[in-house]
Design a protein around this ligand. Sequence first.
Ligand code: ZN
Length: 410
Amino acid sequence: MIQLRKYPFPYVAALAICSDPDSTRNMEDYVRFHDWLEEMPTASGRGLHISDGLFLKSRSLVSFLDESLQLDARVADMVRAGRVDTIHSFAELDEEESGAPALTQALDALSAQGIKVDIWSNHSRSRFSMFTGEGDAPGSRYYHASQLAKFGIRFLWFAGFTPIWGQDIRVQPAQLLEILQHPCGMEPLVVRSCLGIIGKLVLARVSSRYSTYRGNRLLCPVIARDGTRFWSFMRHGARLGRNDRFIHLAEILSASRLDQLIRRQAATIVYTHFGKSDGDCAITNREAVMETFSALAGQTNSIWVCPTSCLLRYVVSRDHLDWTVDQRSAVLTIRGISDPVSGYRQATARDLEGITLSSHRGDIRIVVPAGMRVERSNQGNQFHYLLKEDEVAVPVDSRGIQIQSLEQSS
Ligand SMILES: [Zn+2]
């Protein structure tokens, strides 16, 4: 019996942070903060690999492109390292006045320089917003949904919040009760918020408007008004503009809440603004940063702390993986991904990173695409086969079976 593990071995839960760049003072602060995260001592010994977002284009705020569409070299490095994976619309409202042609021009400038990101997140109250604004309304001067898809955007955030701690599992009554004791204190809003989420969970069963809430999942397919298909994802937070500052993160990522995430074997994408600072509690204060992330750093052997795009890609691949196994020869073949948004495709190394198959058998051969390797580990009487991206292609024989012996890790 071979099973697909819920999260990459050895993790039992997953956490990403999706921060909006509003209020981050400058690129120096931004880069240094991410350097500190990467250097953080963690239980896994690998630093905290947390991704972030930037505005598309801005005169004064942290963005991919400046006014003359020049790409910041530091940004290019961070995108390649997987530390920047989200575009947070235009920064300035007057920038929006120029409409979709300016946005397309900026996306083309990014493409021309080899920059590709998966995630588009709406800047609040923008007329470009899809579903709530005119971004997906053909004929509008803000219409750009098809341009985003062409650029390579797969995942959209358009204001879906859930106060429930832990997605990727069925809602448990305890999770609803917890909303009433939200660590950041929603005070008069708690009851309303609790009733609101219950209402959305119920409505999600019948209305496509609330489909992102269906089944307490991390993401779901959506079809924009012009017919363009995307994945839409949820962020964990109280609501827009509430408990969304750096100062709130220490409580949101407290040891007891991380324990709950592990016990529930759940995943979450936390909503915040790293750059919204309060006095000494700011991303420019190394001590505050270390303190804020210390509990998370201690759980990196159990919780997969990863960039938002990695988690989203992983969940799509895991939930729609097409694989077959020949029990007699113990050869497992991964064929592709039946992606409900983009259709069936051959699985690439990027799709499969982290996929883990578990079995009591230690002799399984896994046929993987070029650029991947299989790392086998054992734990008790279970063997775990973790798929990893690799620069060196694994040689295969005429039947497509890996020739080299499996690498064994402790
Ligand atoms: Zn914003």
